[in-house]
Design a binder for this molecule. Structure first.
Ligand code: NAI
Length: 316
């Protein structure tokens, strides 16, 4: 019933990411109201989240203690932003990635929110200072950037603007932890946040290796999924250094010079992901995954993510 539920979460924008957030919050018993500028999309989102939760239940990966049926009952739709926001303790904005749209939506949120409502944007590369500066409730606004698919890749990057109240940042982090995500907090805004900066550093080197013809695209990917990726699914690069010697200081004493000499041979960034190179890679990747098999391959990928998530949640 309404009185058992923990509180209200508003999801603004109900595409891929909005729907994922809805399943996550409902999973730990929050009541979720979904709003979208396109009212038919709200209907689709409600049907999709219901089906998704049922599938997770069948596959044994549904989160939380409630059944899929109970969780879907916690999710409702709204065609009115003002009523969607009424009494919401937290808003997760999930509209398309454009400064103009974020600005428009946050201006509306600013008008309709309660004094204490936390307003987080899912933006994957726009810092919130680019669209909240002039707003009355800007100290309640920040970025909470998920990783796709958020149900199985739980990292969320929290990035406060210079004017975000540190208490709001802390509350966002504990809410996201409570619902089973794994948040990190950036102390200041930086282009690309942390995940994409690190991801681009990796892709940059893959691109250089491709261009210099050192190894095939398939073998480059294998470096990650059979080597580094397996390691990093459990311990990060810094702890790897720490454990591969007698502590990270010892690691640096032994290996820093070698790493420095290798790094000196890197192609300096910025690196353009040029189309001729991309076309060569595409040709190779199409042999592994032909166009008509792409959806199957995506489903396989997501089921592997789900299996890894189960392993990690069990082992943590
Ligand atoms: P999407 O295109 O699937 O969904 C966007 C939804 O917003 C649509 O349903 C659209 O009708 C609705 N919308 C448009 N204008 C609106 C408005 N003024 N008010 C309310 N709703 C409105 O987009 P997606 O992929 O869900 O992305 C949403 C956000 O999440 C973007 O900022 C994106 O960068 C971020 N993100 C996306 C990831 C991905 O892999 N797709 C991963 C992490 C973050």
């Amino acid at each position: 019933t309404e009185s058992d539920c923990k509180g209200k979460i508003a999801i603004v924008g109900s595409g891929l990411i909005g729907q994922s957030w809805a399943t996550i919050f409902a999973g730990s018993g929050y009541s979720v109201t979904i709003y979208d500028i396109d009212s038919e999309q709200v209907t689709r989102a409600l049907a999709n989240t219901k089906l998704t939760l049922e599938r997770y239940e069948q596959d044994g990966c549904l989160r939380g203690k409630l059944s899929a049926h109970q969780q879907s009952n916690l999710i409702c739709g709204s065609n009115n932003l003002k009523s969607c926001l009424q009494n919401a303790l937290y808003v997760q904005e999930c509209v398309p990635e454009s400064i103009e749209m974020k600005k428009e939506v946050f201006t509306q949120l600013d008008e309709y929110c309660e004094e204490k409502t936390i307003m987080a944007s899912s933006s994957s590369c726009i810092n919130s200072s680019q669209f909240t500066e002039d707003l009355k409730h800007r100290s309640n606004m920040l970025i909470a950037h998920p990783v796709n698919p958020p149900y199985f890749l739980p990292l969320v990057e929290i990035i406060p603007a210079p004017w975000t109240d540190p208490e709001i940042t802390a509350q966002t982090r504990s809410l996201l932890e409570e619902v089973g995500q794994s948040p990190i907090t950036l102390n200041k805004e930086v282009p690309g946040f942390a995940l994409n900066r690190i991801q681009y550093a990796v892709i940059n080197e893959c691109w250089s290796l491709l261009q210099s013809g050192v190894l095939s695209a398939a073998d480059i990917d294998k470096v990650m999924y059979e080597g580094l990726g397996r390691r990093y699914a459990f311990i990060g690069p810094l702890e790897t250094m720490h454990l591969n010697a007698d502590g990270i200081v010892d690691y640096c004493k032994r290996y820093a010079e070698g790493a420095y000499n290798v790094s000196a041979t890197f192609t300096p960034p910025p690196i353009k992901y040029d189309i001729p190179t991309a076309e060569l890679v595409e040709k190779e990747l199409r042999q592994i995954t032909p166009t008509d098999k792409a959806n199957e391959r995506k489903q396989w990928r997501d089921s592997q993510f789900a299996a890894l998530d189960k392993l990690k949640r069990g082992s943590n």
